[in-house]
Every structure is written in C-alpha cells, then in structure tokens.
Design a protein around this ligand. Structure first.
Ligand SMILES: *Cc1c(COP(=O)(O)O)cnc(C)c1O
Length: 370
C-alpha cells in the first residue's frame, strides 16, 4: 500500500508556485473530456478569449502552450528565429540569460546587452542596442525579472523596434495578472507567461500570444521550426480553428479547466483593482520589511516579487527552513549572483492578501529575533 497523499497546506510566498484557491483545484478535478469533444473545444475557446482579456490584446493567435513558462519561452523563440538571424537580448538576471541560451540553440547570432543584476533598462539603453545592431530581427526582454525582483518598464520599446522592423518579444511570467500588461498598446509581438505565478493556478501551462506581425514572420519562414512539439504553424490549427481543429498533441484538458477558472477569477476581480491590490500589498510588505531593517535590492521593485538583502551574519537558508517547518510558509532564496545573499518573497495572485503579508512579517520577525 502506498501511503495516502497528504501534502501540507503551505502558504506559498516564494517565486512561484503561489497558493492555489480551492475553486481552481475543484476545476482541475472536473471530468476529463476528449480533446476534440465540442464541449471541450468550447471551454478551450473561452480560455483563449479570457487570455486575450488579461493580455489586453486582440491577437487571434493566443493560446496555452502545453508546458510551463520555459516552454512558452521556447515556443516564442523556436518559431520566430531562423538559423542565422541576428537577435538582441537584454539581460539583467537569470531569465534574460535563459533567453540568450535558447536564442543560441535556435541558431541565432545573439547580441546580449548586460547590466548588473537588480537594475532595470532605460529606454536610452534599448535605443542604443537597436542602433548598435540594426540587422537584428527581434529584441527580447523580461518584464518582471523574478531572479532579482526588478521591474522593467515596457512603454516606448515597441515603437522603437517597429521603426527598425524588429519584433518585440517579452517574458511576462511574473507579471501577467499582477502588473499592468498591455500587449497591444505596447506593441508587443510575442509574449509568454506561466500559470503558477500571478494567476495562482498549478504549474503546467504557458499562456502565449503572437501579433499579426509575428505570425507573418512565422508564415514566411524558409526553414521548419526546430521543435516539432512547439511548432505554431501546426498548433494554430488546433487552437484557433483554422484547418478544423486538427490533432497535433493531446491538450492537457484538466489543466485548461484550471486555467479557465484562474482567468475567470482575474476578470471577475477586474484588471485594475487586481493590479492595485498587488501594489498595496507590496507597500504593506515593504514597510514591514523595512521596519525589520531589511533592504530591497532592486531600485525598481516588482510588486509581485520582493527581493531583499539578507543581513550580515544571518543564515539565509536556516531562516527559510524555519519559516517552512514552523510556520508552513515558503519563501525563496537568492538565485545566481544573489545565492545565499537574498530572500525572494512573492506576492502573487491569491497569495497577495493582507492576512498573508501580516502573517509572513510576524513569522519572519520571530525567526530573525531568535
Ligand atoms: C518562473 C519564470 C520562468 C519559468 O517558468 P517555469 O514555469 O518555471 O518554466 C520564466 N521567466 C520568468 C521571469 C519566471 O519568473
């Protein structure tokens, strides 16, 4: 006999996953339908329409990739890059670095612009990168760099790139559903996110969206995408109905139910009130952390991910272990150059509530005091 599955009820306040509301867990447990069943196709179409609302886009090609956020990143890059293309990537943390790695795997010549971790790019730095590499076909940037907590302003970039005929690719894994994200107004051509951050859904899908300009680039490829599984020229038949819902791979049916429920919750709350809630909870957490003497690392902090320096003489991992074992609270440690030097406290979706922030602050105070 295998022992009963009894995961503890943790308060998830790390870099993801975030706490999943029961309403979404119940959706996950609904009866599994066939992936070509008209009832399921109806739910899937509604899910894509809800994704458009949350992405603030009218892009037809908007769908959930079967895989986590990294699969979304690969989907964007493997479809938009042909071997030999020049591309630009802006790196200020782990995920910009992963974009570079993936771009190289797609056969691109990659021009990476790096600034110290924790900083955000200015529009002038981006203008300079575009001027330095006018042959590039695309620029990739991270909206919410979860490894450092740095927020990246995206306004103005799209126009700049389109003047040069470049596509604008964005990682919005830790911003979708927590920070304002205007895909159409900001001229974003390709974007991916994840379910387990500010949408408070279990991990497993990656919402993506492609602009008509990006679709043109995909349709004018002279080589096949290097990934069969993530090839949008085939996937789009199933997700957008062109070609009659042709079978490509079996959609993760129950995960789509869960994502539909998660997006419904976002739309019911309203985008602006939801962004405002994340801003207020960030302010509440921030003032509490500063009272405890903790300092933020990035100049422009995300609301959804709070990265603070571990005080000298404090054992970073030991505090996290106590929070987990004594208080059932999960927070994250530092990544890369911040390993052992930072805590990353997530305020994503369901986790961003006053009750959670105050509980977290009280527990952290106790651990630091001992
Ligand atoms: C979490 C995250 C990813 C990767 O998502 P997975 O779901 O772990 O594959 C990519 N980019 C950013 C900014 C993230 O925070």
């Amino acid at each position: 006999m295998v022992a009963a599955l009894l995961p503890r009820e943790r308060l998830l306040m790390g870099p993801g996953p975030s706490t999943v509301p029961n309403r979404i867990l119940r959706a996950l447990a609904a009866p599994t339908l066939g992936h070509l069943d008209p009832q399921y196709i109806g739910y899937m179409d509604e899910t894509c329409e809800l994704m458009r609302q949350v992405f603030q886009t009218t892009n037809q090609l908007t769908f959930p990739v079967s895989g986590t956020g990294m699969a979304g990143m690969e989907t964007i890059l493997v479809n938009l890059i042909e071997p030999g293309d020049e591309v630009i990537v802006m790196i200020n943390g782990v995920f910009g670095g992963r974009m570079k790695d993936n771009m190289e795997r797609c056969g691109a010549t990659v021009h990476a612009v790096e600034i110290p971790w924790g900083q955000s790019f200015t529009l002038d730095q981006i203008r300079q990168a575009v001027a330095d590499h006018p042959q590039a076909v695309m620029l990739g940037i991270v909206h919410a760099e979860t490894s450092t907590g740095a927020f990246q302003d995206l306004s103005g970039i799209g126009e700049l790139l389109h003047q040069q005929g470049m596509l604008f690719a964005v990682d919005a894994v830790t911003s979708m559903g927590g920070h304002d994200l205007q895909v159409d107004a900001w001229g974003i051509d390709a974007i991916y996110s994840g379910t387990q951050k500010c949408l408070s859904c279990p991990p497993g899908l990656s919402p993506v969206s492609f602009s008509p300009l990006a679709l043109e680039k995909i349709e004018s490829r002279t080589t096949k995408s290097r990934s069969w599984y993530l090839d949008v020229s085939m996937l789009k038949n199933y997700y957008t109905g062109g070609g009659g819902r042709a079978y490509h791979h079996t959609a993760p049916i129950n995960m789509v139910y869960a994502l539909r429920e998660a997006l419904a919750i976002v739309v019911e709350e309203g985008l602006q009130p939801r962004f405002e809630r994340h801003r207020e909870m960030h302010q509440l957490l921030r003032s509490g952390l500063e009272e405890l003497g903790l300092e933020y690392i990035p100049d422009h902090s995300l609301h959804t991910l709070n990265c603070v320096a571990v005080p000298d003489g404090v054992d970073e991992a030991a505090i996290r272990k106590r929070l987990l074992n004594e208080f059932d609270i999960e927070i994250g440690g530092g990544l890369g150059v911040f390993a052992g030097k930072a805590w990353r406290i997530g305020l994503m979706g369901e986790s961003a509530s006053e009750k959670n922030v105050l509980t977290m602050l009280a527990a952290l105070k106790k651990c630091l005091g001992d």
